[in-house]
Design a protein around this ligand. Structure first.
Ligand code: OGA
Ligand code: NI
Length: 343
């Protein structure tokens, strides 16, 4: 049965890392000690209530400098976060027969359980993770396709998904103000799609050779990630990797490549990867906000006019973009290079 490909199905039976999980030397983590990303901005959203302008400036600065930051006091209920990560762990730890109906190699299947990347069959090296991925907005449209077990999954994850989406829209609202775009610029066309992706990274026999996710930029508008208290996420800055330290009850916010384009390169989109550890399973939940599939993406006209600057990127369809991102194996810079206007 193909489900036996799931890392969690066989990883406890191997003592060394299988060859098809060993990354080439220039891409593997190796034994180098990766410094902590000490400058990672941590933005207190409670303070945004009394001093919105200051919070907007902090967010904008973080987006310009790194394309990644963390938010605390974000208003998503702590208990809901705990319940959700608990349910996700329960899901991944159910016996295989309870998950079999969700396992699929077909990327077109809306709710699916798979392993490694979207393209297991064709990739030469696999990454050390199992994934549950499904659309989540509008909730009523998708919830029936979600896992029926654990029995609380749909209820708890549904509430989480709505709250995290609202948080994404709140942050986008602040970015919108910071960029001086018209109010509600990030409306349904640009934010109408949400995907929830839960990752399980089991303990790995050799974290120096393997990756949980290889270097990529998120090909969406904005990502909100919950990573509990076990590190593994790393971000590339000035050609070096830095570890994004877990902060209690915080979310990691990632600016997606599409938002970089819309901002005409003013906002960064951080390249990041995930490393494994040999001791304990790590679980994360990512919520991706994406544009509707039928729209054209281009630098915001109002922004170009206001700053009297030329567009750095040409207009493109989401389909073209997704294809290009796949061809460049998730690498952000290489993907955007294709859409750059020479100047
Ligand atoms: C992702 C991602 C980071 C993590 O799913 O795109 O970057 O720590 N996840 O799981
Ligand atoms: Ni990512």
């Amino acid at each position: 049965m193909v489900m036996e490909n799931l890392v969690s199905s066989w990883c406890t039976t191997v003592k060394s890392l299988p060859q098809n999980y060993v990354f080439p030397e220039d891409a593997r983590p190796g034994n180098k000690i990766v410094p902590i990303f000490k400058n990672c901005p941590i933005i207190d959203l409670e303070k945004a209530v009394s001093d919105r302008n200051n919070a907007i400036q902090q967010i904008l600065q973080a987006c310009q400098d790194y394309g990644l930051f963390q938010v605390i006091n974000h208003g998503v209920c702590e208990d809901l976060i705990k319940d959700t990560i608990g349910i996700v762990k329960e899901f991944f730890n159910m016996p295989n027969e309870d998950k079999a109906s969700l396992y699929s190699l077909d990327p077109q299947k809306s709710c699916r359980l798979y392993t490694s990347s979207f393209d297991y069959a064709r990739e030469s090296i696999h990454v050390w993770r199992d994934v549950l991925k499904h659309p989540s907005h509008p909730l009523e449209e998708w919830v029936d396709s979600w896992p029926p077990k654990p029995s609380k999954y749909r209820d708890v994850v549904g509430k989480y998904s709505v709250e995290v989406r609202n948080l994404s829209l709140r942050i986008l609202g602040m970015i919108c103000e910071g960029l001086e775009l018209k109010p509600r610029y990030f409306g349904d066309e640009l934010t109408g799609v949400q995907t929830l992706l839960s990752n399980h990274y089991p303990p790995c026999p050799d974290p120096s050779l393997a990756l949980g996710i290889s270097k990529h930029s998120d090909p969406y508008i904005i990502t909100i990630l919950y990573q509990e208290n076990i590190g593994g996420l790393q971000v590339m800055k000035d050609g070096q990797w830095f570890g994004v330290e877990p902060v209690a009850n915080a979310f990691v916010v990632n600016i997606g490549l599409l938002l970089k384009v819309i901002s005409n390169g003013k906002l960064e989109s951080a390249e990041h990867r995930v490393v494994t550890n040999s001791k304990e399973s790590r679980y994360t939940i990512a919520s991706f906000i994406n544009t509707r599939s039928d729209i054209v993406i281009e630098p915001a006209k109002a922004l170009l006019e206001k700053n009297d600057c030329r567009p750095l990127y040409r207009a493109f369809s989401l389909k073209d973009f997704q294809q290009t991102h796949k061809e460049h194996r998730g690498e952000g810079e290489a993907t955007l290079e294709v859409f750059k206007i020479e100047g």
